[in-house]
Design a protein around this ligand. Structure first.
Ligand SMILES: Cc1ncc(C[n+]2csc(CCOP(=O)(O)OP(=O)(O)O)c2C)c(N)n1
Ligand SMILES: CC(=O)[C@@H](O)[C@H](O)COP(=O)(O)O
Ligand SMILES: [Mg+2]
Length: 591
């Protein structure tokens, strides 16, 4: 039986031995390879399928890894990984100990820049190009591949603005498929749509040319003739260049082309039919994101001041539920976390109650806006911080483990975490009752723990915790949803009189009355959080103990001072010592 082309290819040097006429065959095989593995191992699908031809063309024509290729976000880089020495390992993608789902410098010399968060590629590639210039290297090519949603972000614009006044050897490739995770938004999207239909506009009234780039395109990103001809030409064009490529997200798998939102990361699917494997989830608790979305709709019905804001995670955060009910009161601002936060601040100055929902990891990008625009002016913005804690397979770039530490030090800001869906609802309810300060409510990725999550709203007094279990010797203090692991650990000790369990709920302000009682009643304290130990919840408890000269032993469980890679949430919690079993071991040391 004759071997496939892909079987012969371990690295781009092998690829470069192929004839141009063989590339479409390779593209077909590469697509099949990606589909077959992602169907069972899960991961990001649509984006990688969309850039198969572009990936092959880039490695075919450029001399990678000497020429530097930077992928933006990196969720589209599966083809790149497979063609750059990782084909045999690709089945381990995103699993514990396996390949990362994103380019990563420590994984391969072909991964020139670590990514996961969007809109960094132009800055990084420009930095590399300027470094080459300073080193006197005239030969090296520097290429950033960025999507239409990612290029609309502030960071990407900052980089274009800089690049346009340099003579750096930089090629920016815009992979325009008119969609991010959800359909792309904004005036730039409208402009790009017009350019696709009206080539004259691209030639005359061109926003990229105005920034001093040599613009070409739009070209068909699935057509090798067009791609190879244009990329070859651009190799010898000096200075900053911009190639506008049109592709279809999910290309080559019918369902992925037709349902681009779902097939961004579809979970398991049938590799032959392409259908997503339907799992009956009726008996399972809702996802936290849906409790947020549904609760916001209920609150917005009663309180006309409520609006919702998301930076490009309309589906992921379930803000789409508000959008479907009140389209005028829900804002998807694109990948623009900084803008989302300051937009919320502006709205709050005018008496609106903005619920700004942002993944914990992406809020990192808007840190100054949280401090300078919201907290400093004490504006009552409600931050609903989704994907807080370890998120699993997306890994180090996406774990939401820093927010407790980076928010707790900000004056005026209330920081809390619901233990379950009811508490999430009640905290959201409390937040729109005329609160005079900003509040951050953090909750995890995935499902909650309750079946009866929808009950009458009850306000929660700010800065109050609750006793879940009374003990005498060891007090376990948890913050938020990680309480479930503590409960499971303590249940294994039954009959238990020694171990108490308290959900502090608020890391700021702390429930000092409750803490005084705990420190008086127990000798040993164990704090548990799904966040960074340095500066986090446990540290807050330690500060309290020091301030009041308590001498109890305090053990802090949480995410240690290193980046945590990918794996299932359960595996990673085990690894860092916050799974039920690991918490139990820590408790037993004090018994
Ligand atoms: C700073 C940041 N915000 C949000 C995200 C979540 N995110 C990942 S991919 C994506 C959409 C990217 O769209 P685009 O750049 O058009 O690439 P495509 O998926 O179409 O290939 C978003 C919003 C992110 N990775 N980084
Ligand atoms: C690549 C990226 O940043 C997103 O696609 C992210 O993986 C979404 O995470 P959730 O699956 O938690 O929505
Ligand atoms: Mg796109």
């Amino acid at each position: 039986m004759s071997k496939s082309l892909l079987e012969h290819i371990n690295c781009p040097e092998d690829l470069r031995k192929l004839k141009p006429s063989e590339l479409p065959i390779l593209a077909k095989e590469l697509r099949r390879f990606i589909i077959d593995i992602v169907a069972t191992k899960e991961g990001h699908l649509g984006a990688s399928l969309g850039v198969v031809e572009l990936t092959i063309a880039l490695h075919y024509l450029f001399k990678t890894p000497e020429d530097l290729l930077v992928w933006d976000v990196g969720h589209q880089a599966y083809g790149h990984k497979i063609l750059t020495q990782r084909k045999d390992l690709f089945h381990t993608n995103r699993q514990l100990g396996g390949l990362s789902g994103f380019p990563k410098r420590s994984e391969s010399e072909y991964d020139t820049f670590g990514v996961g968060h969007s809109s960094t590629s132009i800055s990084a590639a420009l930095g590399m190009a300027l470094a080459s210039q300073l080193k006197g290297d005239q030969q090296k090519q520097h290429i950033a591949v960025i999507g239409d949603a990612s290029i609309a972000s502030g960071m990407a614009f900052e980089a274009l603005n800089h690049a346009g006044v340099t003579d750096a050897n930089l090629l920016v490739i815009l992979n325009d498929n008119a969609i991010g995770i959800d359909p792309s938004v904004g005036a730039l999207k409208a402009y790009l749509t017009k350019v696709k239909g009206d080539k004259k506009l691209a030639a005359q009234n061109n926003i990229i040319k105005a920034l001093n780039f040599n613009y070409s395109g739009p070209i068909d990103g699935h057509n090798f003739d067009e791609l190879l001809t244009e990329l070859e030409r651009l190799k010898s064009v000096k200075g900053p260049k911009f190639l506008h490529v049109i592709t279809t997200k999910g290309k080559g798998l019918k369902q992925a082309e037709e349902n681009q939102v779902q097939y961004h990361a579809p979970g398991k699917f049938d590799k032959v039919s392409g259908d997503v494997l339907s799992v009956n989830t009726d008996h399972l608790p809702l996802k936290y994101q849906d409790v947020f979305g549904k609760t916001l709709v209920s609150l917005a019905k009663e309180n006309k001041k409520i609006v919702g804001i998301t930076p490009a995670m309309l589906t992921g955060s379930s803000l789409k539920l508000l959008f479907e009910t009140y389209p005028d009161r829900a804002f998807d601002v694109g990948i623009a976390e900084q803008h989302a936060v300051t937009l919320a601040a502006g709205m709050a100055t005018q008496g609106l109650i903005p619920f700004c929902t942002i993944y914990s990891t992406f809020l990192q990008r808007a840190y100054d806006q949280v401090i300078h625009d919201v907290a400093l002016q004490d504006l009552p913005v409600v931050f609903c911080i989704d994907r807080a804690g370890l998120v699993g397979e997306d890994g180090a770039t996406h774990h939401g483990v820093f927010d407790i530490a980076y928010l707790r030090c900000i004056p005026n800001l209330i920081v809390c975490a619901p233990r379950n869906e009811l508490e999430l609802r009640n905290l959201m309810y409390t937040a729109q009752l005329g609160l005079k300060h900003p509040i951050a409510i953090r909750y995890p990725r995935g499902r909650g723990v309750l079946s009866a999550w929808e009950q009458d709203f009850e306000p929660i007094a700010i800065g109050t915790g609750v006793q879940l279990e009374k003990g005498t010797k060891v007090a376990v203090l948890s913050l938020g949803a990680i309480a479930v692991n503590c409960t499971k650990a303590i249940e294994q000790l039954k009959p238990n009189h020694l171990v108490g369990h308290y959900d502090l709920r608020f890391v700021k302000p702390l429930d000092e009355n409750l803490l005084h009682d705990i420190f008086k009643d127990y000798t040993h304290i164990i704090t548990v959080e799904d966040g960074a130990v340095k500066g986090g919840f446990g540290t807050a408890i330690l500060e309290f103990a020091n301030q009041h000269a308590y001498a109890n032993t305090i053990k802090i469980l949480g995410v240690p001072d290193r980046f945590i890679n990918h794996g299932t949430v359960q595996q990673l919690q085990e690894q860092v010592g916050i799974s039920a079993d690991e918490i139990l071991k820590s408790i037993q040391k004090f018994l």
